[in-house]
Ligand binder design. Structure first.
Ligand SMILES: CC(C)(COP(=O)(O)OP(=O)(O)OC[C@H]1O[C@@H](n2cnc3c(N)ncnc32)[C@H](O)[C@@H]1OP(=O)(O)O)[C@@H](O)C(=O)NCCC(=O)NCCS
Length: 105
């Protein structure tokens, strides 16, 4: 499989070789950085791992010259919105448009 180098999956563990407790997907299109699919093991939430995962994603983007990190959350997802606000993110009023163009995921 050919790798673009424009995205990666970061994983977080408390100790080397220990279980994966946090994951986040991060990528960019050369202009904007995007954060996707952040998740922390339910037994380890509210302990700072989510914030560390976001910071690791931001570092990954910064290292590649990206100045802005973006993400999308569902309008009704107040909890995740509150989490990202605690991490310094703010809402930008935009309309997201999409169209299904194939059967892939
Ligand atoms: C969202 C999620 C990643 C947060 O991870 P976490 O490890 O619990 O977050 P942290 O402990 O680093 O919290 C960072 C800050 O956000 C706050 N926070 C975390 N979860 C919150 C919630 N559900 N509601 C309000 N604030 C929240 C914390 O209190 C903390 O605030 P502080 O700045 O006062 O310390 C985790 O709840 C999760 O995996 N949720 C399910 C997956 C999901 O919805 N992912 C988002 C995909 S868009």
């Amino acid at each position: 499989m050919k790798r673009s180098g424009h995205g990666t999956l970061l994983i977080g563990r408390l100790a080397a070789g220990g279980p994966v407790l946090a994951t986040v997907m991060v990528g960019h299109d050369g202009h904007r950085g995007w954060i996707y699919y952040l998740a922390v093991d339910p037994d380890y939430r509210r302990g700072g791992l989510g914030r560390q995962a976001v910071q690791a994603a931001e570092d990954w983007l910064r290292h590649r010259g990206l100045a802005k990190a973006m993400l999308m959350i569902r309008t009704e997802n107040e909890a995740v919105r509150a989490f990202y606000e605690r991490c310094g993110y703010g809402v930008e009023e935009r309309i997201v448009m999409s169209r299904r163009i194939g059967s892939g995921s």
